[in-house]
Ligand binder design. Sequence first.
Ligand code: LMR
Length: 399
Amino acid sequence: MFFNQIDPAPSDPILGLTEAFNSDPRATKVTLGVGVFVDDQGATPVLECIRRAERLLWETERTKTYLPISGIREYGQSVAHLVFGSDFHALAADRVAVAQTPGGTGALRVGAELLKAFRPQATLWVPNPTWGNHPGVFGAAGFSAKAYPYYNAATKAVDVDAMCAALEQVPAGDVVLLHVCCHNPTGADLDAEGWARVAEIAAKAGWLPFFDFAYQGFGAGIEQDRAGLLSMLQKVPEALIASSFSKNMGLYGERVGALLLVAESAPAAAAGLSHVKRLVRVLYSNPPRHGGALAAMVLADEDLRRLWVEELTAMRQRIQSVRQQLVEGLAARNTGVDFSFIARQNGMFSFSGLDEAQVTFLREEKGIYLVKGGRINVAGLNTANLDFVCDAIAESLKR
Ligand code: LMR
């Protein structure tokens, strides 16, 4: 027997929460777990720009044949423009190579495989804390992850001094994972000065940055959110970047992402991409075409792109307004805890500071689902559930 010998694996700390939520019979249950945008009616809608692109695609697409291993060419070009902005792209386009991947997770995994192939002894450094799946993705490619200090739970901000002191000690040849914006899970980002310091250190120490850029447009805006990345690329000649349209185009289940390689020269970028293709071929052969075609259409068509930017702006503004309502709702309940930091965090997530017992109380007693470390998907709050959640958090703090 084969399966009889296998013990069940633990459920995923983030996606497993959705499964538990779905099977919870309570009518008042609230999901604040997985990072998906939710509107005030509790839906995660298909963006209008995507619906229009889908109609266009249905009218014009004549084949479902395989994509090239590195994906749709126009998609890659548009992604590079979006990620870098036109100025940098004009300077560096020839030393950038792009592969379309199944989501940002796919990009991270392919990048990890590439690094493992050519830097087998390297250590991967991740911020403490980081997205729960980072160690797993890199671990599956054979990397052991070590943590560098990042979040200061007392100040609720990035501990830049501790982070810089640690990154100065990272040996040349190692790989440092950096969240470009909307840090997952804390929502605390480096400011311009912090990025400049990290860039100086990277240039001097010689480690390789791997940027996770899954939330472009959810922080301050499409251009503003890439500022840290660009300040690093002015100092370091090489980088890997994992980007994603899961959140900013709402294409979650279509799995639309990209791995971008920035090399020192055009031949080096081409060599890197040739190995990415070799690795992709044995992992999943070639990327799925539907979502990439939609994203490429939205980025290339002026009207669709304008509509997309409007819709993205509306999502960002809704989250910012909900942050404010959460801060006010908790302040009104006199919990004795200052939650004003929630309004200063960026992106979908708030690192609430709630401990494991409080998170368990919220889930078991109230049917409110948060990730174990206390991360709240702020977008999951709405007019109908905000008071209930504020009451429950206040109760959890009194226990
Ligand atoms: C999250 O952190 O909730 C999202 O990035 C979704 C995921 O795959 O974990």
